[in-house]
Design a protein around this ligand. Structure first.
Ligand code: 13P
Length: 341
């Protein structure tokens, strides 16, 4: 198989109509935070148990096309001895891997961050691919303040994302390009829209500079929303309208799918907003889907509580959220679908 046919096959599976992506790639500190909220100690064992539970959810492949794993999970096994990436693949879920190494302050761009991990990336990707990963994810973050992100921050982050994406494609892995404008702050939805447009425009310029083939990437952006502490919160319809307006200005039609992150929205909000976007999308050229972490997993953690006896309830919670978000992919979600039974 040539690299191109390999990328094409992975994209076709990942962007399948009616499905979305499960982000289960929390770093150790993030996982410790999520577990602490339910009084579970984060150990290699507890993380293995929890992530096995996610990946063995019966029927998950009906609504989930891909799963983003953390490096540790790539090496872990289910109780039946199968490697976890194989468990995902057996459900029809493409395994992928988070490959960035987190952020540090960007010198001379006060308040902005830059993601680490380009050194040795090719070698790591080759190794991950040998262990079953078919796509990779890299996240850059942008905080909104009166002065951030700076021009230097926007351009440097775009350059790093493009170098990562080009490296992935050269090795036959589909890159998920994630420029996340954070929800934190008291900014208005219009400020979020302007920043998101500037960020994505710079990202696509950099992708073009680096010869990245847009047909073989997925974009994982934030939705355009009001800041967490903004006094005037925009509703779903305004979010949908402004998100689509911004995306039309920034994202070339060659990109097959846009898979939103949830970024601190509640599970219900993330579903309602995705639904509103799909209801309003008209002739938008891309699939508009999800790649949620918290918005898919929060109810699962609540149901699980670190107790094996709750495994079925936890899996039911994941199945339900995946199903509701899949309905939102068609604009066919309604809040009464939230009620049990
Ligand atoms: P959230 O949906 O919780 O934002 O996580 C998605 C993700 O992969 C962040 O990098």
């Amino acid at each position: 198989m040539t690299i191109k046919t390999e990328l094409q096959a992975t994209i076709a599976e990942l962007a399948a109509h009616g499905k979305g992506i499960l982000a289960a790639d929390e770093s150790h500190p993030t996982m410790a935070k999520r577990f602490k909220a339910i009084n579970v100690e984060a150990t290699e064992d507890s993380r293995q148990q929890y992530r096995s539970l996610l990946l063995t959810t019966p029927g998950l492949g009906e609504f989930i096309s891909g799963v983003i794993l953390f490096e540790e999970t790539l090496n872990q096994h289910n109780t039946d001895g199968r490697p976890l990436p194989e468990v995902a693949a057996a459900q029809g879920i493409v395994p992928g891997i988070k490959v960035d190494k987190g952020t540090l302050p960007l010198p001379n761009a006060f308040g902005d961050l830059i993601t680490q991990g380009l050194d040795g990336l090719s070698e790591r990707l080759t190794d991950y691919k040998n262990r079953g990963a078919r796509f990779a994810k890299w996240r850059e973050v942008y905080t909104i303040t009166a002065n951030n992100p700076t021009r230097l921050g926007i351009d440097s982050n775009a350059e790093v994302l493009a170098r990562y994406a080009a490296t992935c494609q050269a090795l036959g892995l589909v890159p998920i390009v994630e420029p996340e404008v954070l929800l934190d702050g008291n900014h208005t939805i219009d400020r979020c829209k302007a920043v998101t447009e500037a960020v994505q425009t710079a990202v696509f310029q950099a992708l073009h500079r680096h010869g990245v083939e847009l047909e073989y990437i997925l974009l994982k952006p934030n939705m355009v929303v009001s800041g967490k502490d903004c006094t005037e919160k925009a509703g779903a319809e305004e979010i949908a309208e402004k998100t689509l307006h911004q995306l039309r200005r920034s994202v070339p039609a060659a990109v097959p799918a846009i898979v939103f992150l949830s970024g601190g929205q509640t599970p219900e909000e993330a579903t309602v907003n995705l639904n509103a976007i799909n209801q309003l999308k008209q002739n938008a050229p891309w699939e508009l889907s999800f790649s949620y972490g918290r918005a898919l997993q929060q109810p699962v953690l609540q149901a699980w509580q670190g107790n094996r006896a709750n495994a079925v309830a936890a899996q039911n919670a994941l199945y339900k959220r995946a199903k509701l978000n899949a309905a939102a992919r068609y604009g066919q979600y309604s809040p009464d679908m939230e009620s049990p039974g």
